[in-house]
Design a protein around this ligand. Sequence first.
Ligand code: SF4
Length: 295
Amino acid sequence: MSVKNKNSKYDMDPNDFNTKNRPTWCTGCGNFAIWNAAKKAFIGLQLKPHEIIIVYGIGCSGNGCNFISTNAFHALHGRALPVATGAKLSNHRMHVIAMVGDGDGVGIGGNHFIHTCRRNTDITCILHDNRVYGLTTGQTSPTSDEGFQTKSTPHGVLEEPVNPVMLALSAGATFVARGFSGDVKQLTSIIEEGIRHKGFSFIDVLQPCVTFNRQNTYDSYRDVIYKLGDKKGYDSQDLMSAMKKALETDRLPTGVFYDVKKDTYEDGLKQIDKKALMEQVINNVDIKDLFNKFI
Ligand code: SF4
């Protein structure tokens, strides 16, 4: 679908965000839907590739680094969010997105996740939540269902899974949503809203891994998913309502759970009040005295 705006000079197409590399994900992988939805969201917001930086973690989702044409950085496992934070602080006019997997984002990167939520830096984190380690061929991840048998847990997972939506809400994120790879239209609109949100936005995407997770499939999700928007009177500014919805496990709501305004971390930084950090002249800054303190 081409999303061209005839009323402006912006005439990009989602395909303009493709690199020369074709995605190498398994046929049917939920990553394709996230890839498509992200590109459509950029078009909806009339963003150009040079206005976006995507920081990728390690995992199948991280391979997206080779398939979307924007500024990009492939970070170490679990470290996408601190790198994204650094990118935002050095050029706060850039739209900064972190694409992370479940093992990457709420496993090894769990500590960074909590502190990025409470810091409210204006970045968008998209969690490719396939509830398994796909890149390393099928081990248990922090969001794997209890009882799920994998190579690393042949007798079934003993722990309860991390609930990423609940974790983000309790850690202080100001925009929290859940999307589904089987619904690109809704996912596109959630990503657009997340990028538009001023502050930290978190989007948990139910993303089937068709090769190593035969339990959390497109069909199994379709059986239990409903849209929050379908429930009249849902108030996305009420934290308690959002938490109550996040705790639902028999049925899974998708959409925006929580969306409130709050000062961002950058708002409190006088140093970048007038100019982005990267635009500031540092030739005449003498750091000799500072260095001497450490000698
Ligand atoms: Fe997608 Fe799973 Fe294949 Fe990775 S292993 S590309 S997550 S289907």
